[in-house]
Write a protein that binds this ligand. Structure first.
Ligand SMILES: *[C@@H]1O[C@H](CO)[C@@H](O)[C@H](O)[C@H]1NC(C)=O
Ligand SMILES: [Ca+2]
Length: 275
């Protein structure tokens, strides 16, 4: 799973800690890494900021999301191992903004190397590079949103390079039996509401997820995912579609030409204790 080089680098780092038996250490590192569900989406595991804590079984790995990581004192953005309720360990990209810890569930850029044209199972368990363009996995997103009341923030860079956002004060992904249907709260932001505005032709709120081998959309003529690529909560077909190669669309902001999107989650409860 890892190039020997990376394993060696990890071992070298571990030796800095007070552990003695090298055979034990190597076995321990391998075992701990194998317990991480989506470790294949990480190119260099030594960049996981809390991996050493995880290997040494400190309390940190049992954080449920990036907000809990932040509250535990991890204020640096980057990769972290978390453990949402009802799943094994998971690596996620955390964006720590000095006040909150946001869990990144998607990133796409206009020059992306990934095709986004994946099947249901690949969307379910995630793909891409967690440090760059990726989909965390529809199942993992569902598991995270089941734990607490989350809000979502979609950061967009428009065609002119301006940074805009759309936020919804609640975000839930339904069960797989219900097609991972999207449930959104109230919109707020400056990118416009392209997901739940009933004035637009397509509404993504309450839609089920579709991709090339699962047509859950509201077009009776064809599979929107075949026509437009990627996987999304397609209607008939879309006013927003962030999961496509070379085409990041948010109809109230950009016409298939946004430069970048990032989708982030955090629990709604928190207060900012910034000093
Ligand atoms: C992996 O990441 C670590 C920490 O950033 C770095 O020191 C190391 O050189 C990287 N290894 C490889 C093989 O890229
Ligand atoms: Ca259809």
């Amino acid at each position: 799973m890892y190039s020997p080089k990376i394993l060696l680098a990890m071992l070298a780092l571990l030796y800095l800690s007070p552990v003695t038996n090298s055979v034990d250490v190597e076995a321990k590192v391998r075992k701990q890494l194998e317990e991480i569900e989506n470790i294949d989406l990480v190119k260099n595991a030594t960049e996981i900021l809390n991996w050493r804590d995880v290997v040494q079984r400190k309390a940190i790995p049992y954080m449920r999301d990036c907000e809990e990581m932040f509250q535990a004192g991890h204020t640096e953005s980057g990769l972290y191992i978390i453990r949402p309720v009802s799943t094994r360990k998971l690596v996620v990209q955390c964006y720590m903004d000095g006040c909150n810890g946001w869990t990144v569930i998607q990133q796409n850029t206009i020059n992306t190397e990934i095709t986004w044209s994946e099947d249901w199972t690949t969307y379910k368990y995630g793909f891409g590079n967690l440090e760059a363009d990726h989909w965390l996995g529809t199942e993992y997103i569902r598991l995270i949103t089941e734990q607490k009341w989350y809000k979502v923030r979609i950061n967009l860079v428009d065609a002119d390079g301006a940074h805009k956002y759309a936020a919804y004060d609640s975000f839930v992904v339904d069960s797989e039996e219900n097609g991972y249907a999207l449930k959104l709260g109230t919109y707020e932001g400056n990118a416009g509401d392209s997901l739940s505005n009933s004035g637009l032709k397509n509404i993504h709120d309450n839609m089920r997820f579709s991709c090339r081998d699962h047509d859950n959309d509201r077009s009776s003529l064809y599979n929107c995912a075949d026509q437009h690529g990627g996987g999304w909560w397609y209607d008939n077909c879309f006013n927003a579609q962030l999961n496509a190669k070379g085409s990041i669309h948010w109809s109230t902001l950009c016409q298939q030409n946004c430069r970048k999107s990032i989708i982030l989650l955090r629990p709604v409860h928190m207060f900012c204790n910034r000093v």
